[in-house]
Design a protein around this ligand. Sequence first.
Ligand code: SF4
Length: 361
Amino acid sequence: MKKGSKDLVVKAGDYLSEIQALAQSPFTIMEVCGTHTVAIAKNALRELLPDTVRLISGPGCPVCVTDSSDIDRYLYLAAQHNVITATFGDMIRVPGTDKNLQTLRAEGADVRIVYSTQDALELARKNPDKEVTFLGIGFETTIPTVAVSLVTAKEEGIKNYSVLSMHKVVPPVLKLLAEDDELVVDAFLDPGHVCAIIGIEPIEFMAKDYGKPGVVTGFEALDILEAVVMLLRQRAEGRSEIEIQYNRVAKAEGNPHAKLIVERVFEPVDASWRGIGLIPQSGLGIREEYAAWDAAKKFSLPIFHSKETPGCRCGDVLKGLIYPTQCPLFARHCTPMKPVGPCMVSSEGSCAAYYRYSQGS
Ligand code: SF4
């Protein structure tokens, strides 16, 4: 074994020994980031931890928390004549009530996978006789790039570009989880990329007001193990704070430039989360100043009232009430090849992560 690898193994062993020593009584930690969900599953961290430490997944996958009504709404938009729908690839197979983007594309809708909002803008520049709409789904991590695209479109006068904003922000859902009596969570692995943008001030209420400590965590196995140690140390020392483990990227103040541009373009609105319901001020709508680039207004999109997919327990998975394997459809009727719900479609969905890495509860 090379020296670097040996050092990592030694480090992991040290963390696991400390976790073992500190976890004398049950301790439940929720991660609220899809990338953490995947890293935990991929590295089999649940199996490595003592039985007293329970890791559960929360609403950390932006595709998964997108409400069925929003999915049907963007499918309605994608089916319109003369519209090019620009989207990240993980949205393509997310099922709506009757169809998904893939089936719409087979029926003739113009749906393009893009890798950035700049790609979507470029599509608009190259297709001036078409309307290019970008599907804005994501948390604070990706929202700044969408804001930049809207500012650019306005500055350059690109009138055939718009965004359907279904963006969500993390602090309100954390508050809801902290207030949920059904859910027993002692502490949180806070999302490293989200906090790299917003900093820790917007989530400090979790530790101060609700006694739920958190650690802003990176995405390597060692990052996560170290964060678990930090949380257990807080419990042992009777502290409840938001600490940063991922300090090579996330700073306490966040990214002021990114925050400013988001503030310039978006404003807080109430938003529906799949399986959770309406959470006040948990979404971001496009400000009036940018209304000409707001797809909901531009196309006068109707509001949908769609039902959740029958049998799918994504909502309970997203709230950490069940493990994916406890859904009766898991791996039987619902697989990544034939997904019933979005938690199985998205690469960051809990059900897909459990399926791919054969995690059990
Ligand atoms: Fe929904 Fe499939 Fe997950 Fe069950 S396994 S909760 S049906 S996505």
